[in-house]
Design a binder for this molecule. Structure first.
Ligand code: TRP
Ligand code: SF4
Length: 404
C-alpha cells in the first residue's frame, strides 16, 4: 500500500465503541466498508473521543468496548492488510486539528447542526450543555479532513456532519490556504502532467476562469484525476489553481451515502443496543434462533388462522434483506392467505442469519483467543494513521504560521 494517492482514492469512516456489534451495525455500515477495502485506501477507526462527548460520566467500558468493536470488524472480514484500522484517541493529531479548526469555526455553525438539538432532547438524562458536545461535529470534521479523503462513507444520519466538514474545509483553505509561491507550485504540479497535459491544464483553466466555461472545469478536473504521477499535494494545488484561490490544504470530501436497509430489532423498533432488541454478530446460534422465534410479528395475526400483512411485520423487513425473490413471494402469499404460520415463515430467516454469522463468529474466535494479535493490528494501524496525520499537520501548522 502506498501513501501517495496517485493510485487509490481514500475513504475515512468511524464508529463509536458501543461494544459488540449487531446486525444493525453490520448491514448499516460494515457491509459497505467491506465493499470498499481493496478498491480504496481505507481508514477505519473507533471514535472513542466521540463516545466521551456524550458518555463522559461513565467510561469504565470504553476500553473493552473498543476491543470488541475491532474484533467484530475483523470477524466481519475487514482485512488489516487492506485497510488501516485504528483508535481515534491514539492519534492525538485529531485533537490538534480539532483545536486549530475551532479557531475558524463560527459557533452558530455548530449550533445549527441538526443532531445537536435532537440529541440534547433525546439524551435528557445527561448534561450535554458542554463545550465538547457542541464541538462534536467539528471533531468529526478533524477526523475526516486529517486523511484528506475523496469520500466519507456514512449513513443518512451523518450526512449533515460531512456537509459541515466541507464548509469548514472551505473556510480553512480560504482563510489560511494561500502560499506565497502558489503560482510557481501550480506550474510545478502541472508539469507532472507532461508537456501536453500541462498545456491542456492551462488552457482549460483559462477557459474556465476567463469565460466561466464549466465544461472546461469538468475536463480539467478529469485531467487532474487521471494524472498518475501527481501526489496528493499536487492534485490539491491544481484543483486550487482552477478555483483561482489558495491551495486546498484540506480538500473537501464527498459524502458516499451508504445504502442501508432498515434492520428491525426483535421488538420491531430499529435495531439498537439502547433498545436491547439486537442480535449480536457473535451471538451463539441457539440464542439467535430463540430470539428470532420470539420476534415480534404482525400484531393483527393473533391466531395461526388469521391472515397477516407483511408490511406491518418486522420479520418481513428481515426477509427483504436475507431472502431470495422466491422466498419473498412465498412469504407474501403465505402470510396474506394464512397459508403459513409465523414460525414457518421465520425458518428460512433463521437459516440465513445463522449462515451469515457462522464465518464471522469463526474468524472472531481467533482474535478473541489471541488478544495480542488484536493489539498488534491496532498498534500498526495507529502507527500508519499517525504517519498520515503527521504529514497533514505539518501543512496545517505551516498554514497557520506555527511551524516552528
Ligand atoms: N459520528 C459518527 C457516529 O456517531 C462516528 C464518526 C466519528 C465518524 N468520526 C467520524 C464517521 C468520521 C465518519 C467519519 O456514527
Ligand atoms: Fe410476519 Fe411472516 Fe408472520 Fe406474516 S407470516 S406476520 S410476514 S412472520
Amino acid at each position: 500500500m502506498s501513501a501517495s494517492a496517485g493510485q487509490k482514492r481514500r475513504v475515512v469512516s468511524g464508529m463509536r465503541p458501543t461494544g459488540q456489534l449487531h446486525l444493525g451495525n453490520y448491514h448499516g455500515a460494515l457491509v459497505n466498508w467491506l465493499g470498499l477495502q481493496g478498491r480504496y485506501e481505507c481508514f477505519f477507526f473507533v471514535a472513542d473521543w466521540h463516545a466521551l462527548t456524550t458518555g463522559y460520566e461513565d467510561t469504565a467500558t470504553f476500553k473493552a468496548n473498543t476491543r470488541e468493536v475491532v474484533i467484530d470488524w475483523l470477524g466481519a472480514g475487514l482485512d488489516p492488510n487492506a485497510c488501516t484500522i485504528f483508535v481515534q484517541s491514539r492519534v492525538p493529531e485529531h485533537a490538534e486539528l480539532h483545536l486549530i479548526l475551532s479557531m475558524v469555526t463560527p459557533v452558530s455553525w455548530l449550533e445549527r447542526v441538526p443532531t445537536y438539538k435532537d440529541q440534547m432532547a433525546q439524551l435528557k438524562d445527561r448534561d450535554l450543555s458542554t463545550y465538547g458536545f457542541l464541538g462534536y461535529p467539528l471533531l468529526q470534521s478533524a477526523d475526516i479532513l486529517m486523511y484528506r479523503p475523496a469520500y466519507v462513507p456514512v449513513g443518512e444520519d451523518q450526512v449533515a456532519h460531512v456537509e459541515i466538514t466541507r464548509e469548514i474545509a472551505r473556510r480553512f483553505n480560504n482563510v489560511c490556504g494561500r502560499e506565497p509561491d502558489f503560482a510557481a507550485r501550480v506550474a510545478g504540479a502541472a508539469a507532472k502532467l507532461g508537456t501536453d497535459g500541462a498545456a491542456q491544464y492551462l488552457d482549460l483553466r483559462r477557459q474556465y476562469q476567463e469565460h466561466g466555461n464549466t465544461e472546461a472545469l469538468a475536463r480539467a478536473r478529469a485531467l487532474i484525476e487521471s494524472g498518475r504521477k501527481l501526489t496528493v499535494e499536487d492534485r490539491e494545488r491544481l484543483l486550487g489553481g482552477l478555483a483561482g484561490g489558495g491551495r486546498a490544504i484540506l480538500p473537501e470530501p464527498e459524502v458516499m451515502l451508504t445504502k442501508a436497509p432498515k434492520v428491525p430489532g426483535l421488538d420491531g423498533r430499529k435495531m439498537s443496543k439502547s433498545y436491547d432488541n439486537t442480535i449480536r454478530l457473535r451471538e451463539d446460534p441457539a440464542s439467535v434462533e430463540k430470539k428470532l422465534k420470539a420476534m415480534q410479528t404482525d400484531p393483527a395475526r393473533v391466531r395461526r388462522s388469521d391472515p397477516g400483512d407483511p408490511e406491518k411485520c418486522p420479520v418481513w423487513d428481515l426477509h427483504k434483506i436475507y431472502s431470495s425473490p422466491e422466498t419473498q413471494a412465498w412469504v407474501q402469499a403465505g402470510c396474506r392467505s394464512a397459508g403459513i404460520g409465523c414460525l414457518e415463515c421465520k425458518k428460512p430467516l433463521v437459516d440465513a442469519v445463522l449462515a451469515e454469522l457462522a464465518p464471522i463468529r469463526e474468524r472472531a474466535k481467533v482474535y478473541e483467543a489471541e488478544p495480542a494479535r488484536v493489539a498488534e493490528i491496532l498498534d500498526s494501524g495507529c502507527r500508519r494513521a499517525r504517519e498520515v496525520a503527521r504529514e497533514t499537520m505539518l501543512e496545517v501548522r505551516a498554514a497557520v504560521g506555527l511551524d516552528y
